[in-house]
Ligand binder design. Sequence first.
Ligand SMILES: NC(=O)c1ccc[n+]([C@@H]2O[C@H](COP(=O)([O-])OP(=O)(O)OC[C@H]3O[C@@H](n4cnc5c(N)ncnc54)[C@H](O)[C@@H]3O)[C@@H](O)[C@H]2O)c1
Length: 341
Amino acid sequence: MYLLKGKKGLVMGVANERSLAWGIANEAFLQGADLCLTYQNNIFKERILKLANSINCQFTLECDVENKEDINKLFLNLKKEWGKIDFIVHALAFSDKNELKGSYFDTSKYNFRKTLLVSTFSFTEVCKGAKGLMSEDGGSILTLTYIGGERTTPNYNVMGIAKAALEASVRYLSVDLGKNNIRVNSLSSGPMKTLAGSAITGARHIFKHSEKNSPMGKNPSLKQVSTSAVYLLSDLSSGVTGENHFVDGGYNIVAIPKEYINLFLNLFQFFDQLFSWKVLPFPYHQNLSLLPELHHLLYKYQLFFLFFHFGVQIYEQARPSHLKSLQMRQNQLFSQLCLCK
Ligand SMILES: NC(=O)c1ccc[n+]([C@@H]2O[C@H](COP(=O)([O-])OP(=O)(O)OC[C@H]3O[C@@H](n4cnc5c(N)ncnc54)[C@H](O)[C@@H]3O)[C@@H](O)[C@H]2O)c1
């Protein structure tokens, strides 16, 4: 069974074969959809034409979403060629690379405006254009987001604000368009190695961090993101709208990564070993102490604290700045542990 057989879909945001838009277009093609791809400008044209040919794409169009004329032309062309449309994938975003590092409060007004216009407002404009082209059967519109829109992640900065606004737009648009049987959803992907993804300073560390700390122990593949997107575009999800669907190996549900707790437990076990091998002497005399176990325990915590303290000092000197928040979490956890005991 082909999930998108007979459906016509527009996919915006293909830059190359690593793009999320490309993964989704390819999967939609495998599920029987007829497609139109858009590219931002001439720089991408040749590459996109090649990719488009490989999936029998019916036509490709240039569309810079900063330019209202381009968006109008896009929908006029779609009306001329197809008369109607069944789904849209909005997989594009932009922000100045120089502001995807350091502190959010250094964001310039110019880049704030540009980031939100391209990455957020364009989605509303696209939904407006789609309304007239989606028949009585309605349709499905999907945008791509990231957990940085809900929680802070290092260096994501103004893009986090744009994604938060994008996710809120999904909710408002789903109400506006629900009566027309048009569903609007977002898919929150785990980090992927794409052009846009690599613009964020420290992307490699973010990728590794979520890989290590997601319940599945890995980031999603392009195929996994794309098949979930196809579900949201297809009739399988006909009762789903206004939703943000995570495809991130479960990373978003984790509050405290398991590795930290394990780190503490391992350290305690390590001290136990040292005591049992008599590498560390007990600082009390059996006959003098009424509660040797308690004494032992307190001594162990003292040593643990010393090791931890010096460990942090060394780490402090060597760590890259984007790991600051990670370490703050470790410190918080440590003090909580001390309080609990
Ligand atoms: N890569 C990740 O880790 C990741 C994770 C979650 C969500 N996302 C989101 O997925 C979407 C696709 O990004 P990607 O990772 O595939 O990167 P990508 O670089 O392959 O795609 C970004 C696309 O945005 C387009 N674009 C930028 N400015 C534009 C403009 N003014 N007009 C038209 N198009 C414009 C680019 O041409 C490019 O095709 C983005 O919304 C991104 O925020 C990415």
